[in-house]
Structures are given as structure tokens and as C-alpha cells.
Design a protein around this ligand. Structure first.
Ligand code: PMV
Length: 371
């Protein structure tokens, strides 16, 4: 087990000048799903994802010395310029969990400004992009106040570890291309505690793969991911599922290396349906897909049968569909989406996205440095 706990990371308050760090971090879409956890945010099975490009969170973490040092962490979070009580509370709980790793967090006062590139009410989870952006800010802050990391890989592993503590799947957003989270015998660097990149071995066809997100419903989910993971503990299919996901992550890595888009699509769609079948076979059972989710799935299957186009879907823990396809068929697929699928989307909305290069550190504005 990794141990990042470090009681010596404390500051001499009189020496600290106010400052800020800023990161933009993307969301990711799991190809093989993480569903079920144990211990401190540890996955029951390995998973692999594509990191997205457009769907991202831009976070600025400003800090100054705390006037009256107290026990917890002092933080205020502004979403799109407005103080957000719910996110402030969640962030405070997260940062307080990090105190054994970063004891200096209670010596400072934090202001976090965050915004998402996708509409707030789009029904897209922002936890992967949001938590990874915040984790990257915290590791950059550590570098600014203490020592630089030996190399980028160490920096990323720590950011991924911290992101995981905030929201499991967020740990995969630290890397561009594709990332694996969870121990896999065939991937020596893999770990349950942080994700690792598998970008180097990504076949050319996947490097600019498209992922268009069809917004079937923008409503909040009736059962959270946290509750869903919990219900896996009593699921009668759990152990078979964990073994299947391990085999599939392994196979998906071969597929990603070799560029086999048919097998890619087969695993992708089965993963989506298996995830939702697990929800339906939990106790109590629940259903997050909507009639329009199924209508779109039928049309995709028909379109594939009629045209032979390599268009496949996946689902997150919700009703919205991710449509994955290679760049070579983008014009035809986009026409199909516009003409036949948008009808099933709430407000006829979809977000065009693709595989991205990973998080980016951004310049802090003068205003953020001063505040
Ligand atoms: O990271 P969480 O706890 O929100 O769980 C995410 C689970 C799925 O999105 C359904 C699958 C995954 O691997 O991202």
C-alpha cells in the first residue's frame, strides 16, 4: 500500500505569500466499467477509459494564510461565479480527509473558482473532471510550497491517488488518451490506488476517436453512483461480474493496441448493458435508462445492420448515451445523429466530444492572484 501521509508538510505561516494554481481537467468515459468498491475507495475490478477533450472542468485554487488557524479546512467554492453551499461542503469534507497527507491544508484559507465546459443541468456527471482538476491543483500547490516532484509520472500518480479519494473514476482523468485503474496481472504498473496511462499503446484509429453524448434526460439520477456501488455488495452476480471485468479490461487493452474496432464495439456495448443489468439485479432493483435510451439503442443496431458503419454506444450510470466511432466515418454518423437520433434527446441536445490529450495547467489571472 502506498503511504502519502506526511506530518512534516507544514508551513511557516509568516513566509507564505498568497497565490493561486489553475488546472483544466477533462471527464472520461469508461470502456470497461468500475462498478463496486471496498475499503477507502478501492475498486472491486479494473477498468479502462478514454479521456475526453471538450467536457472539462476549469478550477482555480487560491490560497492565503489563515487568519485564525482552526481544526478543519477553511474553503469556499464558487461554481460559475456563485458561492455553492453543496459543493463547498463536499470539498471541505474531501480536503479534510487529506489532512494526514497534507497537514498544511488547515494553515491556509482557500477560495476555489470552478466552471464546467458543459451546461450545468446537462445531466452529465462533473465529478470526474471536477475532482481531477482539484486534485491536480492540490499537487501543484504542494510543489509550489514544498519540493518539486522527481518527474511527471510521480506528480501524476499522486494527483490520480488524490482524485480517487474524491471520486473513484476521477483518477483516470489525469492522463490523456486512455487510462487503466485497478490491478491487472498483465500491466505491471497498474494499481488499485491510482490510474496509469495506456496512451502509448493506443492504436492510431483510437487516438482521435469520437464520443458524442446524447442527452436523453437532464434530470438528476434517482440513485447516486455511491448508492449503486454499495448495492453491488449484495448483488448475486457480483463475483462473476468482477471476474468478467478483469478479463475484459485485459482484452480491451489488446483491442486498443491492435485497433480492432469491431471487437471494441462488442465489448463496449456489452459493458453498458451489463452495468445496467447489475442495477436491475440489485436489491432493491432500479432502472436508470429511459424509454428513449432503448429507442436510440434500437436505431443504432438497425443503422449498423443497414450500413455496416462501426458506430457503437456506451452508457454511464444514467440514461444518456455515448456514441463512439472513428474519425473516418464522422460525417455520415453526425448526419445520422442529426436526422434520426436528436428527436429522442431532451431539448434535442447532444455534445460532440472526442478522445483528448488530458489535463492542462493554465495561467492564473491577475485578479485571482490578488484575491
Ligand atoms: O466514480 P464514481 O463513483 O462516480 O463511479 C463511476 C462509475 C461509472 O461511471 C458507472 C463507471 C466508470 O468506471 O466510470
Amino acid at each position: 500500500m502506498l503511504n502519502y501521509n506526511n506530518p512534516s508538510l507544514t508551513l511557516i505561516s509568516s513566509e507564505v505569500r498568497p497565490g493561486a494554481v489553475r488546472w483544466r481537467s477533462p471527464s472520461n468515459i469508461a470502456l470497461v466499467k468500475y462498478w463496486g468498491k471496498h475499503g477507502v475507495q478501492l475498486p472491486r475490478n479494473p477498468s479502462v477509459s478514454f479521456t475526453l477533450d471538450g467536457a472539462a472542468t476549469d478550477t482555480t485554487l487560491s490560497y492565503s494564510v489563515r487568519e485564525a488557524p482552526g481544526e478543519g479546512v477553511e474553503v469556499a467554492l464558487y461554481l460559475d461565479g456563485e458561492l455553492n453551499k453543496g459543493f463547498t461542503d463536499r470539498t471541505q469534507i474531501f480536503m479534510e480527509k487529506l489532512l494526514p497527507i497534507y497537514p498544511f491544508l488547515k494553515q491556509l484559507s482557500f477560495k476555489i473558482k470552478t466552471s464546467n465546459s458543459f451546461p450545468h443541468s446537462a445531466g452529465i456527471a462533473s465529478s470526474a473532471s471536477g475532482m481531477s482538476a482539484l486534485a491536480l491543483c492540490l499537487v501543484s500547490l504542494e510543489e509550489e510550497l514544498f519540493e518539486p516532484f522527481k518527474d511527471r509520472a510521480e506528480f501524476n500518480a499522486k494527483a490520480s491517488y488524490l482524485a480517487r479519494l474524491g471520486s473513484g473514476s476521477a483518477c483516470r482523468s489525469i492522463y490523456g488518451g486512455a487510462a487503466v485503474w485497478g490491478t491487472l496481472a498483465s500491466l505491471k504498473s497498474s494499481s488499485d490506488e491510482f490510474a496509469v496511462p495506456v496512451t502509448e499503446s493506443l492504436h492510431r484509429v483510437f487516438q482521435d476517436y469520437h464520443d458524442d453524448i446524447l442527452l436523453i434526460s437532464k434530470s438528476e439520477k434517482s440513485v447516486s453512483s455511491r448508492a449503486g456501488h454499495g448495492l453491488m455488495e449484495g448483488n448475486p452476480y457480483a463475483s462473476a461480474r468482477y471476474a468478467q471485468a478483469t478479463r475484459r479490461t485485459d482484452e480491451m487493452l489488446t483491442v486498443l493496441r491492435e485497433g480492432n474496432i469491431e471487437r471494441f464495439g462488442e465489448i463496449l456495448e456489452s459493458e453498458a448493458l451489463t452495468l445496467h443489468a447489475l442495477m436491475m439485479s440489485s436489491h432493491p432493483p432500479y432502472v436508470l435508462i429511459r424509454p428513449n435510451t432503448l429507442a436510440v439503442i434500437e436505431r443504432i443496431h438497425q443503422y449498423r445492420a443497414d450500413t455496416g458503419m462501426p458506430l457503437y454506444f456506451t452508457l454511464d450510470a444514467g440514461p444518456n448515451l455515448h456514441l463512439l466511432y472513428p474519425n473516418s466515418v464522422a460525417a455520415e454518423v453526425k448526419q445520422f445523429i442529426r436526422e434520426q437520433l436528436l428527436y429522442f434527446c431532451e431539448d434535442k441536445m447532444y455534445l460532440a466530444d472526442r478522445v483528448g490529450k488530458g489535463p492542462e495547467r493554465l495561467e492564473v489571472s491577475e485578479q485571482d492572484l490578488a484575491s
